[in-house]
Structures are given as C-alpha cells and as structure tokens.
Ligand binder design. Sequence first.
Ligand code: AGP
Length: 595
Amino acid sequence: MCGIVGIVRRRLGVARDLIRSLKKLEYRGYDSAGIAVMSDGDIEVVKGVGTIEAVVGDAKIRDGYVGIGHTRWATHGGVSPENAHPHLSCNGEVAVVHNGTLDDFEGMRRELIAKGHVLHSETDTEVVAHLVEGNLKSGDKPLSAFVKAIKKLKGSYAIVSIISGERALFLARNKSPLVIGLGEDGNYCASDVAALLHLTNRFIFMDDGEIALLTPSEVEIWRLNGDSLEKVHKETEEVEWTPQLLDKGAFDHFMLKEIHEQPHILRKIAESIDYYTRFSERLNSLLRDGSLTIVAAGTSYHAGLIGKYLLSKLAGVRSEIIVASEFPEWSSHLRQGDIVLAISQSGETADVLEAVRIAKSKGSKVVSIVNVPGSTLTRISDESIFIQAGPEIGVAATKTFSAQVAVLYVVSSLISGRSGISRELTEVSELLRGSMDSLDEFSKKMSDLLKDKEHVFFLGRGINYPTALEGALKLKEISYIHAEGYPAGEYKHGPLALIEEGTPAIMLVPVNEELRKKTIYNIMEVRSRGAFTITIQPRGMEIPADASLETDAWDELISPLIYTVPLQLIAYHTAVILGRDPDKPRNLAKSVTVE
Ligand code: AGP
C-alpha cells in the first residue's frame, strides 16, 4: 500500500509541505515513515518506525528545494528502521520512495551485491537506488540513468527518486497510483490528490508505463514503449475537492466525522439525478448486448450485493457479483460485449483493477462507480460515475458505503423508469439528520455491552443481509472483536451452534411484513438459546428483544441507508471504549494496492 510524495520548487521550504502531505497519506499505511530532502547537493534522510508525527514531525532536517516522502505499510521486509523509505544508494546520491511490489528483485539484489553494492534493507525498493547509481557511474545522464533502471523493473510501482545536484523529481508508474500536481512555484507528485490539496487543485494523472521529469517550472512525460520513450501530452484536470474536506474539525476521529456527513451526501446525490441519468442510460443500453457482472472488494462488495438486489428488484436486471480477489478464477464465462460494473471507493484497489484488466482482455465493457477523482479505475473504465462523498480518510469505509448504495438505488431506479427518487433520498437524508443524536446515544449503550464479548452476530434478510455483512465487517476491522454477518434464515443451518448464554445477536428487522414475520422466528430461535438480541427495526413493532432501536424506516429498499448508520456507530464506539484507534486499525490500510 504505502503513500509517497515528492516536491520540487524554486524556493526553500519543501520539508514542512512534505510532512503535511504525508499526514494526508497516513491512511495508506502507518508502520514507518521518512523523508529525504536536498538543498545544496547533499541528500539528507530522516526515517524510522512509527507514525509520521513521531518519526518526522519535529525532524531537525535542513530544508531544501526538492524532497520525497513515504509512509509505509510493510510488504517486503519487516517493520524496521532499515526497511523504512526513502532508500539511498551506496554513495547517498540517489534516494528513492516506492509504492507497490517488485517481482524478481532478489535476482537484481544478487547482481548488485556481486558488483560491490552494499544493501542495507530487506526491501525490493532499495535495488532501484543502486541501479540508478550504477547507471550514473557508467556515465549516464540523470534522466537516462533513471529510465534504464525503470526498464529493468517488473511488478507494480509508483516510484519517485531524487538525485544529488538535480533540482528535479524522477517519476515512474506501473499499476500503482501516481498523480502530478501543478503549482505556481513548483511541481509536486503523490499517491493521490488529497495529499496535495494544500498545494494545488490542478493535476495531471499518470497512466501505467509512464515516466515523468518534474522541475520547478516544467513537467515532461514520456511513455515507455519497449526500449524507446515517446513523449506524451496530457491534459491538466481541476479537482473540486478542497483542503478543508481533509480536516476532522470538532470530531475526535475522521470515522465519526464521516459517519455524520452521510445525511449531507445523500442530499447531494438526491440533487444530482441528472448527473446519474446519462450513466444509467448508457448502462441500460449496454445491457442489451451482454450479461452484467459486478465486482468489488470489502465494503464496496457489500454495496455491490445491495446493488445486485436493487437492479433485480427495481429494474428486473439480472446480474452476478464476484468478490474482486476471486474474479480471475470465477470469470471464465465472460465474453465480448458483457458488462462488468466495478465499484470502488479509492479506484485503486489492486484486486479490482486486476479484475477490470481481465474483463477488458476478454472484450467486456467496464463501467465503474468510484469516489476518488482521477483514480486508476476511472482511467481504465469505459464509463464511470462518482459517488460525490468527498475524501474518506478513516480506514473503515462509512460514508462511501452509503453513497455507493444511494447511487446504486438511483441507477436501478432510473433504469426501471421509476420517479420520485430525489424525494425519497432527501427524506432519508432528513430522517438521518434528525436522528443522529439518538442513534449515537443508543450505539454508545450497545457498545458498552459489546466491548467484553468475544463474538457478535449480525443477522439480516433480503436487502439487509449485505447490511449485516457490513455491520460485522465494521465491528471486526476496528474493534478486533470477532463478528459475523449472516442471512437470518441461513443461521439455523450451522452457526446457531455458536450461540451461548449472552452471545450478542444484532437483528435487522425488515420493514416488509412477510420478511419481518420470518425474521421474528429467527429472533426466537437465537433468544431461546440464550442470545442477547439487539434489534434495529421499524417503529412501533412489538418484537421480542433485549434492546431495540426503533427507526422511521418506511420502505424495505431504502432501509439499508438507515440501518447502516447505527451499525457504524456501534463499531466506532466499541473501538473507542476499547482504546483502539478507529481511523487506523492494526494491520490494515485504506487503499489495498497489492493483490
Ligand atoms: C472497509 O471498511 C475496508 N477498509 C475495506 O474493506 C475496503 O472497502 C476495501 O479494501 C475496498 O476498497 P475500495 O472500495 O477502495 O476498492
């Protein structure tokens, strides 16, 4: 995963901005961090294990005109000061940061060691610094030394390098994100736009196989074509996101802020029906030629399940859904003209991108639903739309889940020709806005009960079966309590054996009467075996439970947008009570850019 950043400018002062950018990238990995800065020719590095604040926050580093930074989520090599980036060449004249994983780097390591290079880390990245150094020593000019090194690499990489004496950034991208930011007094690059919003809102999005040279006044980009370099011209795009959106304001955590943003986002989607109409028409016309397969990972996969349900229920569209990491094995049937709908918050999830590449190689059309502007998924899709949720910093996806569900609701409704969508979403938005405090209060109480439990079960039916999966994912990823989501009716076919006296079962009660009756039987089944049942339910229903949250959900199809919020809050408060950082859960990163 990892986040990388580079700054080159006319005046001194890169160190402070590198650290600011890195803090915005911390969600991509946070086990170690580092920066390298160059002023008068010498490259100075500060790096180590720990958060950005702890490692470089008050680093007494000489400021410079050019610098790079890195925040790490370990893949090759354990978490240690030596493995933290930036990596230097033997003579300290080349520094490199990298996001991605290099294949066959062991062979290159052996070759370099045989040539007398001394490598200090276990990482794949370090070889790049030594390769560039070797080329420079053989007489290559800096750009060609960098390009020659890049040509040797296989695997995924977004790489930024600085070279002693050069007021320039050397960039290369293949299967890992890298964006270029254009400023008044210099140019920048980073893993995503959010990291550079305090410096610019004008971006050039690099594509795979591209190499770039950034100086304070110029940006040059080439495409690697076999052995030759072809110059490419790329459009500059303006991004609407502002740096204020990256501020957690009065909230204790980004996750809480993002949960509270949901009413606003739903309203925004409700007001953008025209924007989604063109996409829906295009999708509808594509559906005449082929079958529809949805692909996504994690929370986006749960939104995709709801999408599958809505497309079927509202628009009579048949689809299948494949979890992204399994797509290569389960997609043999795809043909020319079939449609793949990829859903991703980041637009950078490696499993999703790989699925899309496979789909394209078979001649399928790819449409996508994405949050991050300029992300790789938007660039490789035939058609994409944005969910307009703004930057999501908390590792646990919250507002983007609701936005994905809302957009899928809009798209399914538009395909079916239904009207009144905007009104319905506005009503959900108002309902949530008015009930945030009571949802929060209820969730806090429930968290206090759940904090000492070993297992928690989430059971739902129909459209709220994926909501149950999402509730369980949220709880386990940030509180580390084992949680499982299950279809309420399927539970008796095995997992019921796990219920003991006091085991919590969170039951999502349907609005639909028929489904509700069945769910009440399921509640009885777990209660009679000792479960502590918590219901999230429509108001005014007599339902046997140990604790209940009554909501004003009035329709089955919009109920996930309402039921999800208390589940997110329960996960959040449980993590906080247990002293865990909900924004940075252990072992996880926001954007999973490795397969
Ligand atoms: C959600 O809380 C997760 N952190 C994770 O499951 C996430 O949804 C998944 O990695 C997919 O990410 P994407 O939407 O950016 O593709």
